[in-house]
Ligand binder design. Sequence first.
Ligand SMILES: Nc1ncnc2c1ncn2[C@@H]1O[C@H](COP(=O)(O)OP(=O)(O)OP(=O)(O)O)[C@@H](O)[C@H]1O
Length: 216
Amino acid sequence: MQDFFRFTELTYYLGSREREIRISGELKPGYVLVVKGPSGSGKSTLLKVMARLVKAQGGEIIYRDKNWYAYSPYAWRTCIQYVPQKPVMFRGNGRENLYKPFLLKGIREDRIFNEEKVREYLDIFSLPPQILEQEAITLSGGEAARLSFIRALLIEPSIILLDEPTAYLDQENRIKVLRFFSRWVKEEPGRGIVLISHQENDIEEFSDTSFISLGG
Ligand SMILES: Nc1ncnc2c1ncn2[C@@H]1O[C@H](COP(=O)(O)OP(=O)(O)OP(=O)(O)O)[C@@H](O)[C@H]1O
């Protein structure tokens, strides 16, 4: 495989044509690509473009040697999962929230909702099993954040786009989550993470990192 995840002249607007971003770079397998830049420079928007939730005006991403448009949007999002900074919880309990992506049309058939995996992840992220029965909108910010990591992980993506993953976490959970992702990215070949974090010490938890910067 020549290109795992390479983006070239990726071009997108921040609200209007006047604020155009154009950026090239590469995420290597096993690596964490850290997106740097001041507030409002377009970091979150870049992750949404990469997830194909926001349209790019130009440029391309080559993922596993194929142009991104060679993948259906569903296939793309099965491989590349975006976890927004502010956790999104739907109506329904914790289990229903974890199950939600499996109800979406086009999810790859080899992805199955694995209750055993759910329990395993709850344990890793120190969430009590009762959370599965709790109304998700009543979860605390930190609980919802950890549940949204589990929701993304259950899809078994190869790339996870993490937007400020520790924003809602206390110190203990912050370390737990970062160490988990640091292991996850190395556990199997062909995984990668794109990370936005304002906290320099978050980045120190990862062994192989590379950086790209967006201007002001
Ligand atoms: N749909 C939109 N309409 C108008 N403006 C937008 C839209 N999406 C993003 N923007 C603007 O684009 C800029 C970049 O937003 P973005 O969330 O990508 O920044 P960021 O670098 O992640 O910032 P922060 O570090 O504060 O989270 C901001 O000024 C934002 O207000």
